[in-house]
Design a protein around this ligand. Structure first.
Ligand SMILES: [Cu+2]
Length: 168
């Protein structure tokens, strides 16, 4: 019977595993969202997929997060009039659609003078869309995909096992 309860707790624990497929990217890592940080270098080599989250950490009031909708606005640090800034100091943005995304700080001259701006490219979910190749980091996509298939294989095995109460 011990093995049965082990399998049940394993199955329950395994149900929470898919959340790791959605990655939380802490923008700037330990430095957070701040001035004079090279967010371009930070974003390099990272894979951003639909469903992932961006977390902007900063002392509330010191900065804000404004999403801009095109490259020229990003380059010129132009805040769109119709977009409200995020100001909580722990702003979480879920990447809902693939494509280029641009974020700037709207406080003072932080974007213009101190390079507080982030541009990323969001890939379709888990890189599974073959029509949109990810030239920068195919190995990570492949790793994610194979981990997913192993994971679901194990889940199927466990569920199959639990479905046979006579064994226990
Ligand atoms: Cu700022």
């Amino acid at each position: 019977m011990a093995s049965s309860s082990f399998l049940i707790s394993f199955a329950i624990a395994a149900c929470f595993v898919p959340s790791i497929f959605a990655i939380e990217h802490i923008v700037g890592d330990d430095k957070g969202w701040t001035t004079n940080f090279d967010y371009q270098t930070w974003a390099q080599g990272k894979e951003f997929s639909v469903g992932d989250k961006l977390v902007f950490n900063y002392p509330a009031g010191a900065h804000c997060v404004v999403r801009v909708s095109d490259a020229p606005s990003f380059q010129q640090c132009m805040k769109p009039d119709n977009v409200e800034a995020l100001t909580s100091g722990s702003d979480v943005i879920t990447l809902a659609t693939p494509g280029k995304k641009w974020y700037i700080c709207g406080v003072a001259e932080h974007c213009e003078a101190a390079n507080q701006k982030l541009a990323i490219t969001v890939l379709p979910q888990d890189g599974s869309d073959a029509s949109s190749p990810s030239p920068n980091s195919p190995p990570l996509s492949a790793a994610r995909a194979s981990f997913a298939s192993i994971y679901y294989g194990v889940m199927a095995f466990v569920i199959g096992f639990l479905g046979m109460p006579n064994l226990f």
